[in-house]
Design a protein around this ligand. Structure first.
Ligand code: NDP
Ligand code: MG
Length: 381
């Protein structure tokens, strides 16, 4: 029985992780969970899974929650996230929070030798070198939940990494894939939240529409698989059937295929090298699908992807700025404060204003993150 600490239990990945755990309650036990402020969603989860510890965003949420639950210790904020993540009783940390809030907790868990299932790409984008250094130093398994990275991980399984020519990430194109840049001028939040293939949290759905999600994934792939940016490609593939591919030196390409269901990569990150039977997951029927399409990625149409490649190549604090600026802009867009196209122009402005620090320590990263958030907010205040 593996004891799991789940950060982001009320979110899209969190709920699907709980589905996997419910199906396999002989293998997994929920030791602790964290969420932000969604008390109504959290109460039934806490009642069903009886975790020993719960972490919430702040004291106000704690007060709101405390009357509804017994026998569960309630902790608050970053300190709480760190405590449950490095807890002696935690075997596996699933980081499925939104944004970079889970960074410190993840570093602490790695230092304590925990097995990590990482959904949260912002952690690697903001501080990939620090995270991967710790992973190497402490020899922990650090397994991707993101479907593209789970695919690449599977394609690389048993292969000689020196013979990798290219990692090819597939991109569905998001909610606005068929719109021209002119047509993007009037789009609304409701339009942006309609992803054609995947049902996900609001922030990542907007990131998919701007293509920043793929940009974050390029940086995530760079860190997870230790490949230079010149060996990472992105191809548009609207069906999301091929989750990603690896090309090897002999020209062979290995791809991983499946239906778009996050429970598959979630279970794999929890049970690797074993695979669980997931009866609820639809099996892939290629005959029904009939045909798969691929298109060249257009950097002019999707400037966020270009910004991500450039920030990744520049390295250091540039990706911290990219991530923090993007988090603030998406939040402003979701709250009706800025237009869809302002997301990319404001991120670009923040990147242009930043003087990169090449090998930042954690303190520097957290400081640059905070400064960037304030700077981007000041563009609208
Ligand atoms: P959601 O927005 O659906 O969920 C985010 C979770 O984080 C919620 O449980 C939320 O709690 C919690 N949270 C937010 N702020 C805090 C905080 N300060 N302290 C503790 N918990 C907090 O996001 P997703 O599940 O869609 O995505 C999570 C991560 O996984 C992201 O990094 C995303 O990029 C990545 N990912 C997601 C995929 C998907 O299919 N959804 C696919 C691949 C990667 P509350 O509900 O209270 O706000
Ligand atoms: Mg993905």
């Amino acid at each position: 029985m593996k004891k799991i600490t789940l950060l982001g239990a009320t979110g899209s990945i969190g709920i699907q992780t709980l589905d996997v755990m419910r199906e396999y309650n002989d293998k997994f036990q929920l030791y602790a969970l964290a969420f932000g402020s969604n008390v109504q969603q959290a109460i039934p989860i806490i009642k069903e899974f009886s975790p020993k510890k719960v972490v919430v965003k702040d004291e106000k949420v704690k007060q709101e929650l405390i009357g509804h639950i017994d026998h569960t210790k309630v902790l608050v904020g970053h300190e709480g996230l760190i405590e449950v993540s490095k807890d002696d009783e935690t075997d596996i940390l699933v980081n499925a929070v939104m944004g970079s809030v889970g960074l410190k907790a993840t570093l602490h868990a790695i230092q304590q030798g925990k097995h990590i299932a990482i959904a949260n790409k912002e952690t690697l984008v903001t501080a990939g070198h620090l995270v991967m250094d710790e992973v190497k130093k402490h020899q922990v398994s650090f397994l991707p939940v993101d479907s593209e990275h789970s695919a690449i991980f599977q394609c690389l399984n048993g292969e000689n990494k020196d013979q990798v020519n290219k990692i090819i990430l597939t991109a569905s194109g998001g909610s606005f894939r068929d719109k021209s840049r002119r047509e993007l001028e009037g789009v609304t939040v409701t339009d942006a939240l309609k992803h054609p293939n995947w049902s996900m949290g609001a922030k990542i759905t907007v990131d998919s529409a701007t293509m920043m999600n793929k940009g974050l994934e390029v940086i995530e792939a760079h860190w997870l698989f230790d490949v230079p940016y010149s060996q990472i490609d992105v191809v548009l593939h609207k069906e999301s059937v091929i989750h990603s591919m690896v090309e090897f030196s002999d020209s062979c390409v290995i791809a991983q295929l499946g239906t778009p269901d996050m429970k598959v990569p979630i279970q794999y990150a929890l049970t690797y090298p074993d695979r669980l039977d997931l009866p609820q997951t639809k099996k892939l029927n290629l005959v029904d699908i009939g045909q798969l399409n691929f298109n060249k990625m257009d950097f002019n149409r999707f400037p966020c992807l270009k910004m991500a490649f450039d920030a990744g190549r520049e390295g250091g604090t540039m990706t911290t700025v990219l991530n923090a600026a993007n988090e603030v802009c998406v939040d402003l867009f979701l709250n009706g404060k800025i237009s869809f196209l302002a997301i990319e122009s404001m991120i670009e402005r923040a990147l242009n204003q930043h003087k990169v620090i090449k090998t930042p320590d954690l303190e520097t990263i957290l400081e640059v993150d905070q400064q960037t958030r304030k700077l981007v907010q000041s563009y609208v205040d």
